[in-house]
Write a protein of this length. Structure first.
Length: 146
């Protein structure tokens, strides 16, 4: 009697974690206190088919980051409760979150600000108001999509 080929040790198997990883959508956390900007960010990145998570203050952002460990954070610097500077500092001081790419955006652009946020660990910097194409370029760059 022949062995059923479906039952042999040579049959390739697919790890359930591998399947879950392929099916999981990119998670992008938007930390911004202006609702309109949340909408612009989501529209600008809609073709990524990502899961967007929106929060409006820095303290809530830290809670959400710890819970979901997003693939990307888009972070405003001027936030209520806890500003973006402190959020960035805390992200970089935690081994679990220090590798998450962060695109910082702010309307308070000034000389040297881009270098300051990059020194704190930001992956990219965008001045507000921004063009959707500039945001998309920054996101593509930090996620290695280009």
């Amino acid at each position: 009697m022949r062995a059923n080929p479906a039952m042999t040790d040579e049959t390739p198997t697919i790890d359930s974690n591998e399947q879950a990883g392929k099916a999981r959508r990119l998670r992008i956390l938007i930390v911004e206190d202006v609702l309109m900007i949340h909408e612009v960010v989501e529209r600008s990145l809609s073709d990524l088919k990502a899961e967007f998570i929106s929060v409006r203050d820095g303290l809530t952002a830290l809670d959400e980051i710890e819970e979901v460990l997003p693939d990307l954070i888009i972070l405003d610097l001027a936030l209520p409760v806890l500003d973006g500077w402190e959020v960035l500092r805390r992200l970089q001081s935690d081994q679990r979150t220090s590798g998450i790419p962060v695109v910082v955006m702010t309307a308070h652009g000034q000389s040297g600000l881009e270098q300051d946020v990059k020194t704190l660990g930001a992956s990219a910097y965008i001045d507000k108001p921004f063009r959707p194409s500039d945001l998309r370029s920054a996101v593509d760059h930090v996620l290695g999509l280009t």
